[in-house]
Design a protein around this ligand. Sequence first.
Ligand code: ARG
Length: 433
Amino acid sequence: MRLIAFACLLTLTASVDAAQPPARIALSAARLIAPDQGKAIEHPMVLIDGERIREVRSGGAVPDGYTHVDLGGATLLPGLIDCHVHLTSDPTLSSGNYYEDVLKRSAIDDAVIAHVFARRTLDAGFTTVRNLGAGAYVDVALRNAIDAGRIEGPRIVAATLGIGSTGGHADDTTGFSPDIEFHGASGVANGVEGVRERVRENVKRGADVIKFMASAGVLSAEESVGAPQYSQEEMNALVEEAHRWGRKVAAHAHGAEAIRMAIEAGVDSVEHSSLIDDAGLKLAKQRGTYLVFDVYNDDYILAEYARLGFPASMTEKEKKVGRLQRESFRRAVQAGEKLAFGTDAGVYPHGWNGKQFAKMVEWGMTPMQAIQAATTNAADLLGRADRVGAVKAGYYADLVAVEGDPLKDVTALERVGFVMKGGAVVKDELRKP
Ligand code: ARG
């Protein structure tokens, strides 16, 4: 009986909601950068119905039934997309002692603070992110809480646990006494069967994308910074399994050989891509593989990581890849590779994501190309090019605005003053009364 009454109540509230017209906003500004068309539109008026864009006009009066939000001389862009973040970590969490943090911080500590970093990311204009590795499935919980409207943050494409070999970049106890063992979920997996099983487990726990470590890394204990850490057979099996389950694959890889192996295996993106050689560039182009270069990172690591108490062995490894990565990036731009914007924020502070645009322009991109990397291309890499990354009818009303014109001064993107996600204004510092 009670159950029936409850069901009636539900039907009633549902019909009341359905009867309410969606919020309608007419958003105007001086210009709109349309990266999908490679041009700017003057005097745009974007009509928004609820969480979606209805129409994009140039000039004209505000139609009846729409609330006018005028951003004056500002420039509108699609909400930005960062294809490589870690919302569960941030250098500001550091105690100043690397080993103390490894021993004392838990996934629960990460979980209670991650929403703060999600909000900072959104406030910086990033309305969609791909979170490439988090402990204890915290990224899935964060994604779900944001999607349910319980907390504010970007749309999250979650990888869950980064998969890596024993002793590799994802293995936290490398270099520790063998008496020390970490509990909890781990992405360490070996062998063709082992990596297949790990992919399935990640999918079971909510992964939207699969991340694995094709090579050694900087901020981990291995000697090498770029050597392959899986066999070709393991990489092939991992990618095949992920694709069978409809999940794209992102491979962390610094070294040239590991990059080529990952591309051969069929990954959808190579992360870092630091030491990619000409054969790797050629292969990436043939296979349509996206390359993601976190070219801002080096500045922050070299300036701050000694003070943050990271072992010298790690900062020494950074010196081996930082500059070369930027040179590789320049070659990749010249070669016309598919490039998507990804920062590895979490290694440097969340909310600073936009600082990478200026680096990308310094190392060979036009401002439009850098913006396309963070919109058109990023949306394509995420498999969401029908929903995000453009200001077009039917797309989510994810928009940002900045003072000035980022096509003239790309650093304007470091100062996002207006953010709308799914039709809701979440940052509002540019509106004209
Ligand atoms: N997470 C990466 C690693 O530990 C960071 C690399 C940063 N360095 C760079 N030059 N992008 O390998």
